[in-house]
Design a protein around this ligand. Structure first.
Ligand SMILES: Cc1cc2nc3c(=O)[nH]c(=O)nc-3n(C[C@H](O)[C@H](O)[C@H](O)COP(=O)(O)OP(=O)(O)OC[C@H]3O[C@@H](n4cnc5c(N)ncnc54)[C@H](O)[C@@H]3O)c2cc1C
Length: 474
């Protein structure tokens, strides 16, 4: 079967559906290609917090993603309301988020401070509250929580309802057709159009092609893009989450600040008497990811929930487990809009906040596709951006990532005795410096030591933060 259309959109998550909805009023025929039963979709696994402020950390407070999220959050609830109204289907929204520095750790406290600073800077209403006043917050007695905040306008949406409603809106649009299929291959035709070959042997021929297929986006189009686009490769932030009974009748979200690369521990009230408990985030090569939540993720979430949020959850039934892959880019910023190939547009790389950003991303991509005046935004794929990714010095990033990665390994509830955490961080950092040869003199010194002492002893020397301990072989 061959389908001809003006615009083909590949993908079935929040981004692709929001983009197709944005295009439906244009004088154009649109074909959306996506499997009706999606596995590993980030959207379907998400807690879908509108976490513009809750996601702020000491490291990302001044990033363009943070500003973009804050700007989008203002109109998000209205947008969801419109989608629900058009679909005639409910899309449940909760309002109000408590953020507790639950572990009272240095990382939690620093990130909570960064959140409060951003709230003040943007004049967003919030209150400081005592952890004891957070409804449903009842951790184990060994937990010594730090301060807590309540952000009344920061809420959540139910992503599975949002996808159902967006799909209903598209089905009712005269110029949108939905193909229940998977794009296997994308080609350029002799007359400069795009051909999408699907797994059920359909050919979709389109003037313009928008690919918003989550973690699979770049692999579908890489062969069509200029060679310097290889800098845009994506990997997966593998995430798991749970659904439990809402045993306290919670009406607000309770979360910790972000931890490491994950969006903290969060408990989000859902309709139907349940809560969503999220979420893990483990960096994976897309091809190395499985299809279901690993036991270690479920273990980590349950341990965190019962120990840090409410011991009473130990008796609550576990109803469902979610699993999805967040699309992550090399510069941790989304990839939005036109590419170096005319008529080929992309929307991906949204990592932890793609549902929140989807209405604004949809506007930007639709404007590009329809040739409207290009809107300014920080995530255009420019040659400067590609160069920045290729040429950046990752040393500082790696140095901040090593402690986060180590803390991730130590979950759930793990700790090392004495100053071993610092020692391990030091060892990893030393190994990194050695691998990249950043500091030539230091690299030679380390190599010299390792070559002249038994390897085990030599490595142990670097498992220490005390420089003076480290001998140099003459
Ligand atoms: C556990 C977890 C928690 C999260 N929490 C939040 C949160 O609180 N707030 C927030 O804003 N964001 C959150 N996110 C991030 C957010 O979910 C993502 O950034 C966003 O959903 C990405 O949307 P997407 O449409 O790009 O990708 P996806 O939702 O992954 O959708 C990709 C779609 O493309 C389809 N597809 C793939 N390959 C093909 C192909 N070859 N042909 C056709 N279709 C294809 C898939 O079937 C799928 O439907 C979370 C993510 C996870 C995993």
């Amino acid at each position: 079967m061959t389908i001809n259309c003006d615009v083909a959109v590949v993908g079935g998550g929040a981004l692709a559906l929001a983009i197709a909805r944005e295009l439906r009023d244009a004088d154009a025929t649109i074909t959306l290609i996506r499997p009706a039963r999606s596995s590993r979709s980030a959207t379907l696994a998400a807690g879908a917090m509108q976490g513009a402020f809750g996601e702020v950390t000491a490291d990302n407070a001044s990033s363009p993603v943070t500003d973009f999220c804050i700007a989008t959050q203002t109109g998000f609830e209205n947008w969801v309301g419109l989608v629900a109204q058009e679909a005639g289907a409910p899309v449940h929204i909760t309002k109000g988020t408590f953020i507790v520095s639950s572990a009272g750790s240095a990382e939690d406290n620093a990130n909570l401070k960064a959140i409060e600073a951003k709230l003040s800077e943007k004049k967003e209403p919030y209150q400081r509250v005592s952890p004891g006043d957070v409804p449903g917050y009842s951790p184990h007695s060994s937990v010594a929580p730090g301060p807590a905040l309540f952000i009344e306008r920061e809420g959540t949406v139910e992503p599975r309802q949002l996808i159902t409603a967006l799909t209903a809106v598209l089905m009712a649009s005269g110029n949108v057709s939905i193909l229940d299929d998977t794009a296997e291959q994308v080609q350029e035709t002799a007359d400069g159009k795009y051909r999408v070959i699907t797994s059920h042997s359909s050919d979709v021929i389109a003037e313009k092609l928008i690919v918003a297929a989550g973690v699979h986006t770049m692999s579908l189009v890489a062969h069509l893009l200029p060679s310097d686009y290889s800098a845009l490769r994506t990997f997966a932030g593998q995430g798991s989450a749970l659904e439990m009974d809402n045993v306290t009748g919670a009406v607000h979200t309770v979360r910790t600040p972000n931890r490491g690369t994950a969006c903290g521990l969060h408990v989000v009230p859902l309709s139907g008497g349940r809560v969503y408990v999220g979420a893990t985030n483990r960096a994976r090569h897309v091809l190395a990811t499985g299809t279901g939540a690993p036991a270690e993720d479920v273990h980590q979430l349950l341990e965190g929930l019962i120990h840090e949020i409410g011991t009473y959850y130990s008796k609550a039934p576990l109803r469902e487990v979610h699993f999805g892959l967040r699309p992550v880019t090399a510069d941790n910023q989304p990839i939005i809009g036109e590419t170096g190939r005319e008529g080929l547009l992309l929307a991906t790389g949204t990592h932890r906040t793609g549902i929140l950003m989807s209405p604004r991303i949809a506007e930007l991509v639709a404007a590009d596709a329809l040739g409207k005046t290009p809107a300014a935004h920080p995530f255009r794929i420019t040659s400067q951006r590609l160069r920045n990714i290729r040429e950046r010095d990752n040393t500082d990033l790696v140095r901040t990532a090593i402690p986060s990665a180590l803390d991730e390994y130590l979950k759930p509830d793990g700790h090392l005795p004495y100053d071993r955490r610092e020692g391990l961080i030091h060892l990893f950092t030393t190994m990194y410096d050695l691998a990249v040869g950043k500091n030539k003199a230091e690299s030679e010194r380390i190599l010299n030591t390792i070559q002249h002492y038994p390897a085990f002893a030599a490595l142990s020397l670097y498992n220490s933060s005390e420089k003076a301990d480290r001998p140099t072989h003459p």
